[in-house]
Design a binder for this molecule. Structure first.
Ligand SMILES: *[C@@H]1O[C@H](CO)[C@@H](O)[C@H](O)[C@H]1NC(C)=O
Ligand SMILES: *[C@@H]1O[C@H](CO)[C@@H](O)[C@H](O)[C@H]1NC(C)=O
Ligand SMILES: *[C@@H]1O[C@H](CO)[C@@H](O)[C@H](O)[C@H]1NC(C)=O
Length: 502
């Protein structure tokens, strides 16, 4: 267990706010292109029959744009919804991440992927990946995707629309039939490089109350050929399922082929782990919503005020805008919550004004901790964030405090101490999002939430029949959870890594 540290780097993995410079991108791509030309082109000649079939399909250019045009011209059969079984927990003391299980390929094999609303593509580790983990201390069996083992897997070439969309135009390296490569660099310095493939993804479609049937859709996702950072750690998963809002995400692809509505919701159970993750039109519980800030890469919303135990902090009006980054980022892929220094300072001083005789320790220069043995919710104030359109988000003391070595530590983090791209951003992760039903409605460009029991169930409507079905919570069990101490060490390692990277 003591070697556990690395996986939790995922826990405070902020969304991919770090865009690599063009030079770095090229440097990073060089080894990858080599790998691709070795691993992809070699089998093409070695196994001609098999791959010529794939290129024939690739040549048909069944791109998203084509699928969309095709779907617009026919009667769409919008289906009820998708129930994505969740595992893990967002608590810093435990695993620190949420993951889902999906099936990929024909015949389908199971993959465990971290659910992340802070990034846009889905990727899984591929057979070419030498440094990818083979087993995970989270208890599940890891699987490397092998395009040759799947009857339905096809390479995506660099001259397809999807590749243009990812690169904002034709990629500079593109010559005939080369595969479309990707580079995902996360803010904690971890990264995944690979190439895109298209294959059948199997998921559980809601078919009745707490009942699902298997359904499938053709989706383009990344095949990770090389990776670094905490992604290769002991508590590894097979990949990441990005639920970002760009049209390259899995939900956008399924929506453009008419399989699902462009709406989803999560209810992350901060008490028991796991929870609910559903794609579709959620009708119960009802939530109030706030508009998404237009032209932002992430799910950003406008925060108007911060209230601590009934007292409103006195904040400058532009405190939530940093250059062209506007508003507050909502990100299930981050564990804690990050606030600009002026907000953080006032917030902490207000929280501590409730307990003037606490002896506060700073652990490893980073976490503010103290000893306290009474009821947290009686002894400390709730923190309420107010958003445009009268939506508010309340975080209770037992949610923003986590235990460490007999102490309680504050989960709020000062983003004024973060470097570069993330300095002074406002980001709410699992700490603030747990125990709430959070609804992302991309059709209407709004997001909303309400306090909810994530061990219960929600209702999703079948658009065609009008029937409403219950979707319940899940917990994909994992073999172990991390000790608090190793979790803290991980947080520290992550911070060190940030400092090195920026
Ligand atoms: C994604 O959207 C952009 C603009 O909104 C469009 O140019 C692009 O073709 C779309 N990509 C795909 C793969 O549909
Ligand atoms: C995908 O679903 C269709 C029905 O929609 C089914 O006929 C087909 O066998 C499924 N394919 C796989 C690979 O499961
Ligand atoms: C949450 O829902 C579950 C399942 O319905 C129930 O067993 C549990 O008591 C509920 N918890 C609370 C706090 O209401």
């Amino acid at each position: 267990m003591s070697k556990g540290p690395k996986a939790i780097m995922l826990i405070i993995r902020p969304p991919c706010l770090f865009a690599p410079s063009p030079l770095l991108r090229i440097l990073l791509l060089l080894p990858l292109l080599l790998i691709i030309s070795i691993t992809i082109t070699t089998p093409v000649s070695a196994n001609h029959g098999f791959f010529s079939l794939k290129y024939k399909f690739a040549g048909q250019k069944r791109s998203l744009a084509a699928l969309k045009a095709h779907d617009n011209s026919r009667q769409l059969r919008i289906l009820a919804g998708v129930d994505l079984p969740l595992g893990g927990t967002g608590r810093p003391e435990a695993v620190g991440l949420y993951y889902a299980k999906i099936g990929i390929g024909t015949p389908a094999r199971d993959y465990y992927v971290q659910v992340d609303t802070g990034s846009d593509i889905m990727w899984v580790n591929c057979i070419q990946c030498n440094e990818c983990p083979k087993k995970s201390s989270l208890g599940m069996e890891l699987t490397l995707y092998d395009i040759k083992e799947s009857l339905t897997g096809k390479l995506v070439s660099c001259d397809q629309d999807f590749c243009y969309a990812i690169n904002g135009g034709p990629p500079s390296y593109c010559i005939a039939n080369m595969s479309c490569s990707y580079t995902e660099i996360y803010a904690d310095g971890s990264s995944s490089f690979g190439y895109f493939v298209r294959d059948i993804v199997q998921y559980d479609q809601v078919s009745g109350d707490l009942e699902t049937t298997s359904a499938n859709g053709s989706v383009i996702f990344g095949c990770s050929a090389t990776q670094s950072g905490d992604l290769s750690s002991e508590e590894a998963l097979d990949g990441i399922l990005g639920f970002g809002k760009s049209n390259t995400s899995m939900i956008s692809q399924l929506a453009s082929s008419g399989k699902v509505r462009k709406m989803f919701a999560h209810c992350l159970d901060g008490l028991n782990g796991g929870g609910i993750f559903a794609i579709g039109h959620i009708v119960q519980p009802k939530v109030n919503t706030t508009p998404l800030v237009p032209n932002q890469t992430h799910y950003n919303v406008n925060m108007k005020a911060v209230e601590v135990g009934g007292y409103f902090l006195n904040l400058p009006t532009d405190v939530f805008d940093v250059g062209d980054k506007k508003g507050t980022i909502i990100d299930s892929g981050t564990t804690l919550a990050y606030l600009p220094e002026v907000v953080y300072d006032q917030l902490l001083s207000k929280i501590f004004s409730w307990q003037s005789d606490l002896k506060v320790h700073t652990i490893h220069d980073q976490f503010t901790c103290f000893q306290y043995s009474e009821s947290l919710d009686d002894g400390f104030p709730a923190v309420t964030f107010h958003f445009e359109n009268s939506l508010y988000l309340k975080v209770h003391p037992h949610e923003y405090l986590f235990s460490y070595d007999g102490l309680w530590c504050i989960g709020w983090q000062n983003s004024g101490m973060q470097s570069r791209d993330r300095r002074n951003i406002t980001l709410l992760g699992d700490l603030a999002l747990s125990n709430k039903l959070v609804l992302y409605d991309l059709e209407n460009q709004v997001i909303g939430w309400t306090e909810y029991n994530c061990s219960s169930s929600i209702k999703v409507v079948d658009e065609q029949s009008g029937t409403v079905h219950l979707v319940g919570s899940h917990y994909i069990s994992s073999a172990c959870s991390l000790s608090t101490r190793s979790a803290i060490i991980m947080l520290l390692l992550t911070t060190m890594l940030y400092t090195l990277v920026y």
